[in-house]
Design a protein around this ligand. Sequence first.
Ligand SMILES: Nc1ncnc2c1ncn2[C@@H]1O[C@H](COP(=O)(O)OP(=O)(O)OP(=O)(O)O)[C@@H](O)[C@H]1O
Ligand SMILES: [Mg+2]
Length: 222
Amino acid sequence: MIEAKNIHKIYDRKAKQLHVLQGIDFHVSAGEMVAIVGPSGAGKSTLLHILGGLDKPDDGNVIFDNQDIYRLNNKQRARACNQDIGFIFQFYHLLPEFTALENVILPALVFQNLDNPESVKESGRNLLNRVGLQERMEHKPFELSGGEQQRVAIARALINDPKIIFCDEPTGNLDSASGQAIIDLLMALNEKNKQTIIVVTHDENIAQRAHRIVYLKDGQVV
Ligand SMILES: Nc1ncnc2c1ncn2[C@@H]1O[C@H](COP(=O)(O)OP(=O)(O)OP(=O)(O)O)[C@@H](O)[C@H]1O
Ligand SMILES: [Mg+2]
């Protein structure tokens, strides 16, 4: 489903260059659930953003659904990724002016003709129910706790029923009960809906349930 070939990422910091990813090769088949683990600063989020079409690598290719996504222009890439990729960011990136429900349905409004806005809203409400936020739909992000914002971000990643879901520390801000509910939700999406999942995590409970664990260290898969 997705293949990364020889990915390099270099951050330029005035005096010195930071070679964060040093030739990563990585592939995930349809239906797999893969955990990416490794120490803080190893480049896990950077790699996830590159795989998800959000950050151009300095070298290498990402092939998603037989398309070399960084050979597309920005608009083509956004279009290719919007429908098929769901992304749960480590720091949520909710839009502050919008309610929880509006944040969740936004990816369904982009690039689509709105024949039936009510059915999109209904899907958004169902997803917020599934993550336990039925009482918080009209709250704006600043009126939500960190864990609640994280769950809104999870619901938003699912609204387009993506083929592949990238999750960056999806339980990082949750207590163990809410965290367990999110793990169960991700497992159900993978097992019942056959959605492919790539999850960056420090949470042993998630890593143990993945089909495969990829360990990133010093910019390389080890
Ligand atoms: N925009 C940037 N400019 C310069 N350096 C950056 C930038 N983004 C990340 N870095 C550096 O790149 C390295 C990898 O960052 P990244 O966020 O990918 O790590 P991570 O493995 O996700 O860590 P964590 O587990 O703490 O989330 C870090 O050392 C970080 O300081
Ligand atoms: Mg990170």
